[in-house]
Design a protein around this ligand. Structure first.
Ligand code: F6R
Length: 611
Protein backbone atom coordinates (compact mmCIF):
# COMPACT_ATOMS: atom_id res chain seq x y z
CA UNK A 1 0.00 0.00 0.00
CA UNK A 2 1.93 3.03 -1.29
CA UNK A 3 5.66 3.02 -1.76
CA UNK A 4 8.49 5.21 -0.48
CA UNK A 5 11.95 5.75 -1.94
CA UNK A 6 14.66 8.14 -0.77
CA UNK A 7 18.29 8.66 -1.75
CA UNK A 8 21.30 10.78 -0.87
CA UNK A 9 24.33 10.74 -3.18
CA UNK A 10 27.00 12.84 -4.85
CA UNK A 11 25.19 12.46 -8.17
CA UNK A 12 21.69 13.18 -9.43
CA UNK A 13 19.36 10.83 -7.59
CA UNK A 14 16.16 11.28 -9.62
CA UNK A 15 16.79 8.11 -11.72
CA UNK A 16 17.15 6.14 -8.46
CA UNK A 17 13.87 7.57 -7.18
CA UNK A 18 11.97 6.89 -10.41
CA UNK A 19 13.48 3.41 -10.79
CA UNK A 20 12.56 2.60 -7.20
CA UNK A 21 9.00 3.90 -7.60
CA UNK A 22 8.49 1.77 -10.69
CA UNK A 23 9.48 -1.30 -8.72
CA UNK A 24 7.09 -0.35 -5.94
CA UNK A 25 4.26 0.65 -8.21
CA UNK A 26 2.58 -2.73 -7.73
CA UNK A 27 1.77 -1.55 -4.19
CA UNK A 28 -0.14 1.57 -5.15
CA UNK A 29 -0.37 3.42 -8.39
CA UNK A 30 -2.93 6.18 -8.50
CA UNK A 31 -0.53 9.11 -8.22
CA UNK A 32 3.16 9.70 -7.66
CA UNK A 33 5.56 12.46 -6.73
CA UNK A 34 9.07 13.34 -5.70
CA UNK A 35 10.89 16.18 -3.95
CA UNK A 36 14.57 16.99 -4.33
CA UNK A 37 17.02 19.49 -2.94
CA UNK A 38 18.47 21.22 -6.00
CA UNK A 39 21.91 22.65 -6.76
CA UNK A 40 20.29 26.08 -6.24
CA UNK A 41 19.56 25.12 -2.61
CA UNK A 42 15.86 24.88 -3.17
CA UNK A 43 13.37 22.20 -2.23
CA UNK A 44 11.40 21.42 -5.40
CA UNK A 45 8.74 18.84 -6.12
CA UNK A 46 6.82 17.32 -9.01
CA UNK A 47 3.59 15.39 -8.46
CA UNK A 48 1.25 13.78 -10.94
CA UNK A 49 -2.00 11.87 -10.77
CA UNK A 50 -1.70 8.49 -12.53
CA UNK A 51 1.15 6.07 -12.79
CA UNK A 52 4.86 6.62 -12.29
CA UNK A 53 5.34 7.02 -16.06
CA UNK A 54 3.35 10.28 -15.82
CA UNK A 55 5.73 11.52 -13.16
CA UNK A 56 8.70 10.35 -15.19
CA UNK A 57 7.48 12.28 -18.25
CA UNK A 58 6.92 15.41 -16.15
CA UNK A 59 10.40 15.07 -14.67
CA UNK A 60 11.89 14.74 -18.15
CA UNK A 61 10.10 17.91 -19.26
CA UNK A 62 11.09 19.81 -16.16
CA UNK A 63 14.71 18.64 -15.99
CA UNK A 64 14.66 18.68 -12.17
CA UNK A 65 17.77 17.17 -10.60
CA UNK A 66 19.23 16.94 -7.11
CA UNK A 67 21.48 14.94 -4.81
CA UNK A 68 18.99 14.46 -2.00
CA UNK A 69 15.38 13.43 -2.49
CA UNK A 70 12.32 11.44 -1.49
CA UNK A 71 9.56 9.98 -3.64
CA UNK A 72 6.22 8.22 -3.30
CA UNK A 73 3.70 6.20 -5.25
CA UNK A 74 0.26 6.39 -3.72
CA UNK A 75 -2.83 4.29 -3.14
CA UNK A 76 -5.42 6.81 -2.03
CA UNK A 77 -6.98 6.49 1.43
CA UNK A 78 -7.75 10.08 2.46
CA UNK A 79 -8.62 12.27 -0.51
CA UNK A 80 -8.91 11.46 -4.22
CA UNK A 81 -5.86 10.69 -6.36
CA UNK A 82 -5.22 14.29 -7.43
CA UNK A 83 -2.01 16.26 -7.74
CA UNK A 84 -2.80 18.19 -4.55
CA UNK A 85 -3.20 14.98 -2.58
CA UNK A 86 -0.11 13.28 -4.03
CA UNK A 87 3.02 13.11 -1.87
CA UNK A 88 5.48 14.63 -1.00
CA UNK A 89 3.60 17.10 1.17
CA UNK A 90 5.33 20.36 2.06
CA UNK A 91 5.32 22.72 5.00
CA UNK A 92 6.44 26.30 4.41
CA UNK A 93 8.31 25.23 1.28
CA UNK A 94 11.21 23.93 3.37
CA UNK A 95 10.07 20.58 4.73
CA UNK A 96 8.88 17.59 2.66
CA UNK A 97 7.30 14.34 3.84
CA UNK A 98 6.25 11.09 2.19
CA UNK A 99 4.12 8.66 4.18
CA UNK A 100 2.75 5.12 4.03
CA UNK A 101 -0.03 4.14 6.42
CA UNK A 102 -2.88 5.99 8.08
CA UNK A 103 -2.87 8.64 10.79
CA UNK A 104 -6.00 7.95 12.81
CA UNK A 105 -6.01 11.19 14.80
CA UNK A 106 -5.46 13.37 11.74
CA UNK A 107 -8.71 15.30 12.22
CA UNK A 108 -7.90 16.55 15.71
CA UNK A 109 -4.30 17.30 14.70
CA UNK A 110 -5.51 19.21 11.66
CA UNK A 111 -7.88 21.31 13.76
CA UNK A 112 -5.13 22.10 16.25
CA UNK A 113 -2.49 22.85 13.59
CA UNK A 114 -4.90 25.28 11.93
CA UNK A 115 -5.11 27.19 15.21
CA UNK A 116 -1.31 27.42 15.01
CA UNK A 117 -1.56 29.10 11.62
CA UNK A 118 -0.87 26.12 9.35
CA UNK A 119 -2.66 26.20 6.02
CA UNK A 120 -3.70 22.87 4.50
CA UNK A 121 -3.64 22.32 0.76
CA UNK A 122 -4.72 18.67 0.60
CA UNK A 123 -7.32 16.33 2.06
CA UNK A 124 -4.70 13.83 3.18
CA UNK A 125 -3.91 12.63 6.68
CA UNK A 126 -0.24 12.93 5.68
CA UNK A 127 -0.30 16.72 5.57
CA UNK A 128 -0.74 16.86 9.35
CA UNK A 129 2.58 15.04 9.72
CA UNK A 130 4.59 17.58 7.78
CA UNK A 131 3.06 20.56 9.58
CA UNK A 132 3.41 18.85 12.96
CA UNK A 133 7.12 18.21 12.37
CA UNK A 134 7.49 21.78 11.17
CA UNK A 135 5.87 22.99 14.37
CA UNK A 136 8.24 20.87 16.46
CA UNK A 137 11.27 22.40 14.68
CA UNK A 138 10.66 25.58 16.67
CA UNK A 139 11.89 23.92 19.87
CA UNK A 140 13.98 21.17 18.23
CA UNK A 141 16.04 22.71 15.45
CA UNK A 142 17.58 19.35 14.51
CA UNK A 143 15.21 17.58 12.12
CA UNK A 144 15.75 14.12 13.66
CA UNK A 145 14.85 15.54 17.09
CA UNK A 146 11.77 17.27 15.69
CA UNK A 147 10.66 13.99 14.10
CA UNK A 148 11.19 12.08 17.36
CA UNK A 149 8.95 14.51 19.22
CA UNK A 150 6.34 14.71 16.47
CA UNK A 151 5.76 10.96 16.10
CA UNK A 152 4.81 10.73 19.76
CA UNK A 153 1.62 12.60 18.84
CA UNK A 154 0.71 10.40 15.89
CA UNK A 155 -1.80 7.57 16.33
CA UNK A 156 -2.05 4.96 13.63
CA UNK A 157 0.41 3.43 11.22
CA UNK A 158 3.24 5.18 9.48
CA UNK A 159 6.44 4.80 7.59
CA UNK A 160 7.65 8.33 6.88
CA UNK A 161 10.65 9.89 5.17
CA UNK A 162 11.44 13.57 5.63
CA UNK A 163 13.84 16.06 4.07
CA UNK A 164 14.48 19.55 5.35
CA UNK A 165 15.95 22.31 3.19
CA UNK A 166 17.95 23.78 6.09
CA UNK A 167 19.70 20.44 6.76
CA UNK A 168 20.16 19.10 3.23
CA UNK A 169 22.69 16.45 4.19
CA UNK A 170 20.24 13.87 5.54
CA UNK A 171 16.95 12.05 5.17
CA UNK A 172 15.19 11.25 8.42
CA UNK A 173 12.65 8.50 8.75
CA UNK A 174 10.34 6.85 11.26
CA UNK A 175 8.61 3.51 11.26
CA UNK A 176 5.57 2.34 13.20
CA UNK A 177 3.30 -0.25 11.65
CA UNK A 178 4.60 0.28 8.12
CA UNK A 179 7.97 -1.15 7.02
CA UNK A 180 11.08 0.85 6.11
CA UNK A 181 14.47 -0.37 4.99
CA UNK A 182 17.76 1.46 4.55
CA UNK A 183 20.03 0.53 1.67
CA UNK A 184 23.80 1.00 1.72
CA UNK A 185 25.63 1.94 -1.47
CA UNK A 186 29.19 2.97 -2.22
CA UNK A 187 29.44 6.54 -0.94
CA UNK A 188 25.65 6.93 -1.14
CA UNK A 189 22.72 5.63 0.85
CA UNK A 190 19.03 5.03 0.31
CA UNK A 191 15.75 4.40 2.00
CA UNK A 192 12.60 2.58 0.89
CA UNK A 193 9.45 0.92 2.13
CA UNK A 194 10.55 -2.35 0.49
CA UNK A 195 14.07 -3.50 -0.40
CA UNK A 196 12.77 -4.40 -3.86
CA UNK A 197 12.84 -0.67 -4.71
CA UNK A 198 16.59 -0.53 -4.18
CA UNK A 199 17.70 -3.79 -5.75
CA UNK A 200 19.21 -1.97 -8.75
CA UNK A 201 21.54 0.08 -6.54
CA UNK A 202 22.46 -2.17 -3.63
CA UNK A 203 22.14 -5.58 -2.05
CA UNK A 204 22.94 -4.46 1.52
CA UNK A 205 20.00 -3.58 3.72
CA UNK A 206 19.12 -2.60 7.27
CA UNK A 207 15.51 -3.18 8.34
CA UNK A 208 14.13 -0.67 10.80
CA UNK A 209 12.15 -2.06 13.72
CA UNK A 210 8.87 -0.84 15.17
CA UNK A 211 9.29 2.62 16.70
CA UNK A 212 12.72 3.25 15.14
CA UNK A 213 13.83 6.67 13.95
CA UNK A 214 16.68 6.82 11.45
CA UNK A 215 18.93 9.44 9.92
CA UNK A 216 20.44 8.55 6.55
CA UNK A 217 23.50 10.57 5.50
CA UNK A 218 26.19 10.22 2.84
CA UNK A 219 28.68 8.95 5.38
CA UNK A 220 26.41 6.56 7.27
CA UNK A 221 23.24 5.96 9.20
CA UNK A 222 22.11 6.56 12.80
CA UNK A 223 19.17 4.74 14.37
CA UNK A 224 17.29 5.41 17.61
CA UNK A 225 14.77 3.01 19.11
CA UNK A 226 11.33 3.82 20.47
CA UNK A 227 12.90 5.05 23.76
CA UNK A 228 15.27 7.36 21.92
CA UNK A 229 18.32 5.16 22.63
CA UNK A 230 20.94 4.84 19.91
CA UNK A 231 20.80 1.31 18.54
CA UNK A 232 22.46 -0.74 15.83
CA UNK A 233 20.45 -2.90 13.50
CA UNK A 234 21.98 -5.72 11.48
CA UNK A 235 23.01 -5.08 7.90
CA UNK A 236 21.87 -7.98 5.75
CA UNK A 237 23.24 -8.94 2.37
CA UNK A 238 20.40 -9.98 0.12
CA UNK A 239 21.16 -12.64 -2.46
CA UNK A 240 18.08 -13.21 -4.54
CA UNK A 241 18.29 -12.29 -8.23
CA UNK A 242 17.41 -8.70 -9.05
CA UNK A 243 15.64 -10.03 -12.15
CA UNK A 244 12.61 -10.88 -10.00
CA UNK A 245 11.13 -7.47 -10.70
CA UNK A 246 11.36 -7.84 -14.48
CA UNK A 247 8.72 -9.43 -16.68
CA UNK A 248 11.21 -11.17 -18.95
CA UNK A 249 9.50 -12.59 -22.03
CA UNK A 250 6.05 -12.49 -20.43
CA UNK A 251 3.45 -9.88 -21.25
CA UNK A 252 2.47 -9.43 -17.62
CA UNK A 253 3.97 -10.14 -14.21
CA UNK A 254 0.91 -12.21 -13.39
CA UNK A 255 1.53 -14.56 -16.31
CA UNK A 256 5.21 -14.80 -15.42
CA UNK A 257 4.32 -15.62 -11.84
CA UNK A 258 1.75 -18.24 -12.88
CA UNK A 259 4.44 -19.93 -14.94
CA UNK A 260 6.97 -19.78 -12.12
CA UNK A 261 4.84 -22.08 -9.97
CA UNK A 262 6.55 -25.41 -10.73
CA UNK A 263 9.92 -23.86 -9.82
CA UNK A 264 8.79 -22.04 -6.67
CA UNK A 265 6.83 -25.04 -5.40
CA UNK A 266 10.01 -27.07 -5.90
CA UNK A 267 11.95 -24.42 -3.98
CA UNK A 268 9.38 -24.41 -1.17
CA UNK A 269 9.84 -28.17 -0.83
CA UNK A 270 13.63 -28.03 -0.87
CA UNK A 271 15.34 -28.91 2.43
CA UNK A 272 11.96 -29.69 3.96
CA UNK A 273 11.53 -33.29 2.85
CA UNK A 274 13.43 -36.31 4.12
CA UNK A 275 13.25 -39.67 2.34
CA UNK A 276 9.68 -40.34 3.31
CA UNK A 277 8.83 -37.60 5.77
CA UNK A 278 8.58 -33.88 6.35
CA UNK A 279 11.46 -32.38 8.35
CA UNK A 280 9.82 -30.81 11.37
CA UNK A 281 12.99 -28.79 12.08
CA UNK A 282 12.10 -26.69 9.02
CA UNK A 283 9.56 -24.95 11.29
CA UNK A 284 12.22 -23.88 13.78
CA UNK A 285 14.11 -25.48 16.64
CA UNK A 286 11.19 -25.52 19.11
CA UNK A 287 8.73 -26.90 16.60
CA UNK A 288 9.09 -30.57 17.41
CA UNK A 289 8.28 -30.13 21.10
CA UNK A 290 5.50 -27.62 20.45
CA UNK A 291 3.79 -29.64 17.75
CA UNK A 292 3.36 -32.56 20.17
CA UNK A 293 1.23 -30.34 22.37
CA UNK A 294 -1.07 -28.80 19.75
CA UNK A 295 -4.73 -29.73 20.33
CA UNK A 296 -6.36 -27.03 18.20
CA UNK A 297 -5.43 -24.71 15.37
CA UNK A 298 -6.65 -21.17 14.69
CA UNK A 299 -5.77 -19.85 11.24
CA UNK A 300 -6.08 -16.14 10.46
CA UNK A 301 -5.41 -14.44 7.11
CA UNK A 302 -6.89 -12.17 4.43
CA UNK A 303 -7.96 -12.60 0.80
CA UNK A 304 -6.11 -15.26 -1.12
CA UNK A 305 -4.11 -16.25 1.95
CA UNK A 306 -7.43 -16.82 3.76
CA UNK A 307 -8.45 -19.20 0.98
CA UNK A 308 -5.22 -21.12 1.52
CA UNK A 309 -6.23 -21.42 5.18
CA UNK A 310 -9.64 -22.77 4.20
CA UNK A 311 -8.04 -25.52 2.11
CA UNK A 312 -5.70 -26.32 5.02
CA UNK A 313 -8.67 -26.89 7.33
CA UNK A 314 -9.74 -29.84 5.15
CA UNK A 315 -6.21 -31.23 5.36
CA UNK A 316 -5.67 -30.63 9.06
CA UNK A 317 -8.97 -32.05 10.22
CA UNK A 318 -9.12 -34.72 7.50
CA UNK A 319 -5.60 -36.08 7.85
CA UNK A 320 -4.77 -35.41 11.51
CA UNK A 321 -8.13 -34.98 13.26
CA UNK A 322 -6.85 -31.82 14.96
CA UNK A 323 -9.72 -29.27 15.13
CA UNK A 324 -9.07 -26.17 13.03
CA UNK A 325 -10.86 -22.83 12.68
CA UNK A 326 -10.14 -20.33 9.91
CA UNK A 327 -11.14 -16.68 10.01
CA UNK A 328 -10.47 -13.50 8.07
CA UNK A 329 -8.15 -11.28 10.07
CA UNK A 330 -10.31 -8.14 9.85
CA UNK A 331 -13.06 -10.01 11.74
CA UNK A 332 -10.89 -11.96 14.11
CA UNK A 333 -9.03 -8.90 15.37
CA UNK A 334 -12.18 -7.17 16.63
CA UNK A 335 -13.92 -10.18 18.11
CA UNK A 336 -13.81 -11.52 21.62
CA UNK A 337 -12.32 -14.95 20.99
CA UNK A 338 -12.78 -18.09 23.05
CA UNK A 339 -9.34 -19.69 22.88
CA UNK A 340 -9.21 -23.49 23.00
CA UNK A 341 -6.51 -24.94 25.26
CA UNK A 342 -3.19 -25.72 23.54
CA UNK A 343 -4.13 -23.83 20.39
CA UNK A 344 -1.58 -23.00 17.73
CA UNK A 345 -2.17 -19.57 16.19
CA UNK A 346 -1.31 -19.66 12.49
CA UNK A 347 -1.12 -16.60 10.23
CA UNK A 348 -0.77 -16.82 6.47
CA UNK A 349 0.47 -13.89 4.42
CA UNK A 350 2.39 -13.31 1.23
CA UNK A 351 3.73 -9.92 2.31
CA UNK A 352 3.90 -10.39 6.06
CA UNK A 353 2.83 -6.75 6.38
CA UNK A 354 -0.96 -6.97 5.98
CA UNK A 355 -2.30 -4.67 8.67
CA UNK A 356 -5.26 -6.82 9.73
CA UNK A 357 -3.24 -10.04 9.90
CA UNK A 358 -0.48 -8.36 11.85
CA UNK A 359 -2.98 -6.80 14.27
CA UNK A 360 -4.68 -10.18 14.73
CA UNK A 361 -1.33 -11.72 15.67
CA UNK A 362 -0.56 -8.91 18.09
CA UNK A 363 -4.01 -9.17 19.68
CA UNK A 364 -3.72 -12.95 19.94
CA UNK A 365 -0.47 -12.85 21.92
CA UNK A 366 -1.95 -12.11 25.35
CA UNK A 367 -4.85 -14.53 24.82
CA UNK A 368 -2.98 -17.65 25.83
CA UNK A 369 -2.24 -19.42 22.57
CA UNK A 370 0.38 -22.12 22.79
CA UNK A 371 2.51 -20.43 20.12
CA UNK A 372 2.26 -18.45 16.90
CA UNK A 373 3.36 -19.70 13.52
CA UNK A 374 3.50 -17.70 10.31
CA UNK A 375 3.44 -19.03 6.75
CA UNK A 376 4.96 -16.12 4.91
CA UNK A 377 6.82 -15.19 1.74
CA UNK A 378 8.99 -12.37 3.12
CA UNK A 379 11.69 -13.40 5.57
CA UNK A 380 12.23 -9.88 6.85
CA UNK A 381 8.56 -9.02 7.32
CA UNK A 382 6.94 -7.90 10.57
CA UNK A 383 4.80 -11.03 10.69
CA UNK A 384 7.83 -13.31 10.57
CA UNK A 385 9.72 -11.26 13.11
CA UNK A 386 6.81 -11.29 15.54
CA UNK A 387 5.90 -14.99 15.25
CA UNK A 388 7.37 -17.79 17.35
CA UNK A 389 7.70 -20.14 14.40
CA UNK A 390 7.81 -19.56 10.66
CA UNK A 391 7.73 -21.56 7.51
CA UNK A 392 8.78 -19.39 4.61
CA UNK A 393 7.22 -19.93 1.23
CA UNK A 394 9.90 -19.54 -1.42
CA UNK A 395 7.77 -17.84 -4.04
CA UNK A 396 10.18 -14.92 -4.60
CA UNK A 397 8.80 -11.39 -4.99
CA UNK A 398 5.24 -11.39 -6.28
CA UNK A 399 4.60 -8.22 -8.28
CA UNK A 400 1.23 -8.86 -9.92
CA UNK A 401 -1.42 -7.57 -7.56
CA UNK A 402 -3.44 -10.76 -8.03
CA UNK A 403 -1.74 -13.38 -5.91
CA UNK A 404 -0.84 -16.60 -7.77
CA UNK A 405 2.44 -18.27 -6.90
CA UNK A 406 2.13 -17.09 -3.30
CA UNK A 407 -1.11 -19.08 -2.99
CA UNK A 408 0.19 -22.38 -4.31
CA UNK A 409 3.36 -22.17 -2.23
CA UNK A 410 1.23 -21.37 0.83
CA UNK A 411 -0.77 -24.52 0.13
CA UNK A 412 2.43 -26.55 -0.09
CA UNK A 413 3.65 -25.06 3.19
CA UNK A 414 0.31 -25.79 4.87
CA UNK A 415 0.40 -29.40 3.72
CA UNK A 416 3.92 -29.69 5.16
CA UNK A 417 2.55 -28.28 8.41
CA UNK A 418 -0.30 -30.81 8.37
CA UNK A 419 2.10 -33.71 7.92
CA UNK A 420 4.57 -32.42 10.51
CA UNK A 421 1.80 -31.99 13.10
CA UNK A 422 0.22 -35.32 12.25
CA UNK A 423 3.49 -37.20 12.66
CA UNK A 424 4.46 -35.39 15.87
CA UNK A 425 1.26 -36.71 17.40
CA UNK A 426 1.13 -40.04 15.61
CA UNK A 427 -2.20 -39.14 14.09
CA UNK A 428 -1.53 -39.92 10.42
CA UNK A 429 -2.85 -43.03 8.78
CA UNK A 430 -0.10 -45.63 8.27
CA UNK A 431 1.92 -44.83 5.13
CA UNK A 432 0.11 -41.52 4.48
CA UNK A 433 3.12 -39.30 5.09
CA UNK A 434 5.38 -41.29 2.75
CA UNK A 435 2.62 -41.36 0.13
CA UNK A 436 2.11 -37.58 0.28
CA UNK A 437 5.83 -36.81 0.34
CA UNK A 438 6.13 -38.83 -2.84
CA UNK A 439 3.10 -37.03 -4.33
CA UNK A 440 4.62 -33.64 -3.40
CA UNK A 441 7.82 -34.60 -5.22
CA UNK A 442 5.79 -35.26 -8.36
CA UNK A 443 3.82 -32.02 -8.01
CA UNK A 444 6.16 -29.59 -9.88
CA UNK A 445 6.01 -31.80 -13.00
CA UNK A 446 2.21 -31.99 -12.73
CA UNK A 447 2.03 -28.23 -12.40
CA UNK A 448 4.02 -28.02 -15.64
CA UNK A 449 1.44 -30.26 -17.29
CA UNK A 450 -1.38 -28.04 -16.02
CA UNK A 451 0.40 -24.96 -17.39
CA UNK A 452 0.61 -26.65 -20.77
CA UNK A 453 -3.20 -26.30 -20.92
CA UNK A 454 -2.75 -22.56 -21.38
CA UNK A 455 -3.94 -22.43 -25.00
CA UNK A 456 -7.05 -24.49 -24.24
CA UNK A 457 -7.93 -22.22 -21.32
CA UNK A 458 -7.29 -19.15 -23.48
CA UNK A 459 -9.98 -20.35 -25.91
CA UNK A 460 -12.42 -21.03 -23.08
CA UNK A 461 -11.80 -17.49 -21.82
CA UNK A 462 -13.63 -16.18 -24.89
CA UNK A 463 -16.88 -17.47 -23.39
CA UNK A 464 -16.49 -14.96 -20.56
CA UNK A 465 -15.47 -11.78 -22.32
CA UNK A 466 -19.03 -10.46 -22.70
CA UNK A 467 -20.43 -11.86 -19.46
CA UNK A 468 -21.24 -9.89 -16.33
CA UNK A 469 -21.71 -12.68 -13.76
CA UNK A 470 -20.22 -16.10 -13.15
CA UNK A 471 -20.55 -18.86 -10.60
CA UNK A 472 -17.70 -21.03 -9.36
CA UNK A 473 -18.55 -24.38 -7.80
CA UNK A 474 -16.55 -26.90 -5.82
CA UNK A 475 -17.09 -29.42 -3.07
CA UNK A 476 -14.82 -30.28 -0.16
CA UNK A 477 -11.33 -28.81 -0.41
CA UNK A 478 -12.22 -27.66 -3.93
CA UNK A 479 -14.73 -25.19 -2.54
CA UNK A 480 -11.99 -22.78 -1.36
CA UNK A 481 -10.29 -23.34 -4.74
CA UNK A 482 -13.53 -22.17 -6.37
CA UNK A 483 -13.51 -19.16 -4.00
CA UNK A 484 -9.98 -18.34 -5.07
CA UNK A 485 -10.94 -18.73 -8.75
CA UNK A 486 -13.84 -16.31 -8.27
CA UNK A 487 -11.63 -13.80 -6.44
CA UNK A 488 -9.06 -13.89 -9.25
CA UNK A 489 -11.69 -13.34 -11.91
CA UNK A 490 -13.37 -10.44 -10.15
CA UNK A 491 -10.20 -8.62 -9.19
CA UNK A 492 -8.56 -8.53 -12.61
CA UNK A 493 -11.45 -8.78 -15.09
CA UNK A 494 -14.05 -6.87 -13.02
CA UNK A 495 -16.62 -9.58 -13.79
CA UNK A 496 -18.84 -10.36 -10.84
CA UNK A 497 -17.95 -13.87 -9.68
CA UNK A 498 -19.28 -15.84 -6.75
CA UNK A 499 -18.20 -19.18 -5.37
CA UNK A 500 -20.55 -21.70 -3.82
CA UNK A 501 -20.17 -25.15 -2.38
CA UNK A 502 -21.91 -27.09 -5.15
CA UNK A 503 -24.37 -28.63 -2.69
CA UNK A 504 -25.66 -25.17 -1.76
CA UNK A 505 -26.78 -24.35 -5.27
CA UNK A 506 -30.33 -25.57 -4.79
CA UNK A 507 -30.69 -23.46 -1.64
CA UNK A 508 -30.83 -20.23 -3.59
CA UNK A 509 -28.17 -19.43 -6.19
CA UNK A 510 -29.71 -21.81 -8.73
CA UNK A 511 -32.26 -19.05 -9.33
CA UNK A 512 -29.48 -17.03 -10.99
CA UNK A 513 -28.53 -19.69 -13.49
CA UNK A 514 -29.36 -19.08 -17.14
CA UNK A 515 -27.55 -19.21 -20.47
CA UNK A 516 -25.85 -15.89 -19.68
CA UNK A 517 -24.07 -17.02 -16.57
CA UNK A 518 -21.13 -19.41 -17.05
CA UNK A 519 -20.71 -21.90 -14.20
CA UNK A 520 -17.10 -22.95 -13.60
CA UNK A 521 -16.55 -26.19 -11.72
CA UNK A 522 -13.47 -27.91 -10.36
CA UNK A 523 -14.22 -31.61 -10.40
CA UNK A 524 -11.31 -33.91 -9.60
CA UNK A 525 -12.13 -37.55 -9.23
CA UNK A 526 -12.81 -38.02 -5.51
CA UNK A 527 -15.49 -39.36 -3.19
CA UNK A 528 -17.65 -36.27 -3.78
CA UNK A 529 -17.60 -36.50 -7.57
CA UNK A 530 -20.93 -38.29 -7.99
CA UNK A 531 -22.63 -35.69 -5.77
CA UNK A 532 -21.00 -32.93 -7.81
CA UNK A 533 -22.23 -34.49 -11.05
CA UNK A 534 -25.81 -34.26 -9.77
CA UNK A 535 -25.26 -30.58 -9.01
CA UNK A 536 -23.98 -30.07 -12.55
CA UNK A 537 -27.14 -31.67 -13.89
CA UNK A 538 -29.14 -29.13 -11.90
CA UNK A 539 -27.26 -26.37 -13.76
CA UNK A 540 -27.67 -27.96 -17.20
CA UNK A 541 -31.39 -28.48 -16.61
CA UNK A 542 -31.71 -24.68 -16.25
CA UNK A 543 -29.79 -23.98 -19.47
CA UNK A 544 -26.60 -23.00 -17.60
CA UNK A 545 -23.26 -23.17 -19.45
CA UNK A 546 -20.80 -25.44 -17.65
CA UNK A 547 -17.03 -25.11 -17.76
CA UNK A 548 -15.70 -28.18 -15.99
CA UNK A 549 -12.10 -28.91 -15.06
CA UNK A 550 -11.80 -32.65 -14.49
CA UNK A 551 -9.41 -35.53 -15.05
CA UNK A 552 -10.02 -38.57 -17.27
CA UNK A 553 -11.05 -40.74 -14.29
CA UNK A 554 -13.95 -38.40 -13.58
CA UNK A 555 -15.59 -39.83 -16.76
CA UNK A 556 -17.31 -36.55 -17.59
CA UNK A 557 -18.01 -35.74 -21.20
CA UNK A 558 -18.06 -32.72 -23.45
CA UNK A 559 -21.52 -32.02 -24.75
CA UNK A 560 -23.97 -29.29 -25.49
CA UNK A 561 -23.55 -26.60 -22.88
CA UNK A 562 -20.70 -28.48 -21.18
CA UNK A 563 -17.09 -27.52 -21.88
CA UNK A 564 -14.84 -30.13 -20.35
CA UNK A 565 -11.17 -29.27 -19.86
CA UNK A 566 -9.04 -32.34 -19.18
CA UNK A 567 -6.69 -32.11 -16.19
CA UNK A 568 -3.64 -34.24 -15.42
CA UNK A 569 -4.34 -36.77 -12.69
CA UNK A 570 -3.01 -35.95 -9.27
CA UNK A 571 -3.16 -37.32 -5.73
CA UNK A 572 -6.57 -36.39 -4.32
CA UNK A 573 -5.05 -34.46 -1.39
CA UNK A 574 -2.97 -32.31 -3.77
CA UNK A 575 -5.81 -31.61 -6.18
CA UNK A 576 -6.54 -28.13 -4.72
CA UNK A 577 -3.02 -27.03 -5.68
CA UNK A 578 -3.19 -28.36 -9.24
CA UNK A 579 -6.75 -27.22 -9.97
CA UNK A 580 -5.83 -23.67 -8.97
CA UNK A 581 -3.63 -23.33 -12.07
CA UNK A 582 -6.32 -23.38 -14.81
CA UNK A 583 -8.47 -21.00 -12.78
CA UNK A 584 -5.56 -18.53 -12.59
CA UNK A 585 -5.01 -18.89 -16.34
CA UNK A 586 -8.71 -18.42 -17.00
CA UNK A 587 -8.95 -15.15 -15.08
CA UNK A 588 -5.72 -13.96 -16.72
CA UNK A 589 -6.97 -14.58 -20.25
CA UNK A 590 -10.40 -13.12 -19.57
CA UNK A 591 -8.74 -9.96 -18.24
CA UNK A 592 -6.47 -9.73 -21.29
CA UNK A 593 -9.50 -10.11 -23.56
CA UNK A 594 -11.30 -7.39 -21.64
CA UNK A 595 -8.23 -5.15 -21.83
CA UNK A 596 -8.00 -4.45 -18.11
CA UNK A 597 -4.78 -3.57 -16.32
CA UNK A 598 -3.86 -7.13 -15.36
CA UNK A 599 -0.94 -6.43 -13.02
CA UNK A 600 -2.40 -3.34 -11.43
CA UNK A 601 -6.18 -3.72 -11.37
CA UNK A 602 -8.23 -0.67 -10.47
CA UNK A 603 -8.77 0.29 -6.81
CA UNK A 604 -6.40 -2.37 -5.45
CA UNK A 605 -2.86 -2.48 -4.15
CA UNK A 606 -0.37 -5.13 -3.20
CA UNK A 607 0.41 -5.45 0.47
CA UNK A 608 -2.51 -3.93 2.35
CA UNK A 609 -0.73 -2.16 5.17
CA UNK A 610 -3.77 -0.10 6.16
CA UNK A 611 -6.97 -1.29 7.78
C1 F6R B 1 -5.75 -11.35 -4.04
C2 F6R B 1 -4.73 -10.87 -3.12
C3 F6R B 1 -5.18 -10.42 -1.78
C4 F6R B 1 -4.15 -10.82 -0.72
C5 F6R B 1 -4.54 -10.21 0.64
C6 F6R B 1 -3.62 -10.67 1.75
O1 F6R B 1 -5.18 -11.78 -5.25
O2 F6R B 1 -3.58 -10.81 -3.43
O3 F6R B 1 -6.44 -10.91 -1.47
O4 F6R B 1 -4.10 -12.21 -0.64
O5 F6R B 1 -4.51 -8.82 0.55
O6 F6R B 1 -2.30 -10.31 1.49
P1 F6R B 1 -1.09 -11.03 2.22
O7 F6R B 1 -1.08 -12.46 1.76
O8 F6R B 1 0.12 -10.27 1.78
O9 F6R B 1 -1.34 -10.94 3.69
Amino acid sequence: MCGIVGAIAERNITPILIGGLKRLEYRGYDSAGLAVFTADHELMRIRRPGKVTELEAALRDDGLTGRLGIAHTRWATHGAPTEANAHPHFSHGELAVVHNGIIENHESLRTWLKTQGYVFTSQTDTEVIVHLIHHKLKDNPNIADALKVAVKELHGAYGVAVIYARQPDRIVAARSGSPLVIGFGLGENYLASDQLALRQVTDRFMYLEEGDIAEVRLDGVSVWDVDGETVTRDVIQYHEGAEAADKGAFRHFMLKEIHEQPAVVQRTLESRLGDAQVLVEAFGPQAEELFKRVRNIQIVACGTSYHAGLVARYWLEGLTGIPCQVEVASEFRYRRVAVQPDSLFVTISQSGETADTLAALRNAKPLGYLASLSICNVATSSLVRESDLTLLTQAGPEIGVASTKAFTTQLVALLLLTLALGRSQNRLEEGMEAELVEALRRLPAQLDEALAMDKVVERIAELFAEKHHTLFLGRGAQYPVAMEGALKLKEISYIHAEAYPAGELKHGPLALVDADMPVVTVAPNNELLEKLKSNLQEVRARGGQLIVFADAEAALENGEGTHLIGMPSVHDVLAPILYTIPLQLLSYHVAVLKGTDVDQPRNLAKSVTVE
